[in-house]
Design a protein around this ligand. Structure first.
Ligand code: 5RP
Length: 225
């Protein structure tokens, strides 16, 4: 099985876990979109009643295409469960997220959910966060070079994310700085330090938020709790 097959397998399995009547957070990225598609199949085939809070405009489009009803956190500030992908997962279920750029909405929705389920293929498992992926940080456009300089002075090697030669702009109208920090000895401490930098809106470090990680492997889906 290739990586897409593994993502599809774990997304399918997760979609079967959703109980009738659930209020759920819908993550962003390719695995989360596969999950939304499988959820839509259950809505159409089984009459499953489910309402989702999307974490990006892309997920809004995916949910509408799949026939999944949507709501907002303003209407429903507490969710039963949320399902999302990740870029890295460590043995303590801490995550790096945000290579898709939806980290701020994803973290708000994850924290609003009683159970946060992470869906990954086995390539996302690491011993130490930062080993493979940069840490994305969403920053205000205003003064972003000043914010970047402060992160640089902390030794965090920020790189402005671009798309087609232009700064990448999040659904919230902000920029993303990817921090090439390498292996992170204390992710919780780094997350706290990043939140003290003026101009930082949110970080892609998800510490102590995940309740369950479902991993697609060549031997099937395994669960980390
Ligand atoms: C988007 C994310 C995604 O969940 C993460 O990048 C994983 O994406 P994929 O499922 O496509 O590998 O955090 O902001």
């Amino acid at each position: 099985m290739n990586q897409l097959d593994l993502k599809r397998m774990v997304a399918y399995r997760a979609a079967q876990l959703v109980p009738d009547g659930a209020l759920i957070g819908l993550g962003s990225g390719s695995t989360a979109e596969l999950f939304v598609q499988f959820l839509g199949e259950r809505v159409r085939n089984e009459g499953l009643r489910v309402v989702g809070v999307p974490t990006s405009e892309r997920t809004v489009a995916a949910a509408k295409a799949a026939g999944v009803e949507l709501t907002t956190l303003e209407e429903h500030p507490e969710l039963d469960m949320a399902f999302d992908g990740a870029d890295e997962v460590d043995p303590d279920l801490n995550l790096v997220k945000g290579l898709g750029g939806a980290l701020a909405r994803e973290k708000i929705v994850a924290k609003a959910s009683r159970v946060f389920v992470v869906l990954v293929d086995e390539s996302k498992l690491v011993d130490i966060l930062g080993s493979k992926s940069p840490v994305p940080v969403e920053v205000l456009q205003f003064g972003w070079t000043r914010t970047s300089r402060e992160l640089e002075s902390m030794g965090l090697q920020p790189v402005l994310r671009t798309r087609d030669g232009l700064p990448y702009v999040t659904d919230n109208g902000n920029y993303v700085l990817d921090l090439h920090v390498g292996p992170i000895s204390n992710p919780s401490d780094l997350d706290l330090k990043l939140h003290l930098v003026t101009g930082v809106v949110e970080t892609g470090l998800f510490i102590d938020i995940a309740s369950l990680v479902m991993v697609g492997t060549q031997d099937g889906v395994i669960e980390m709790r």
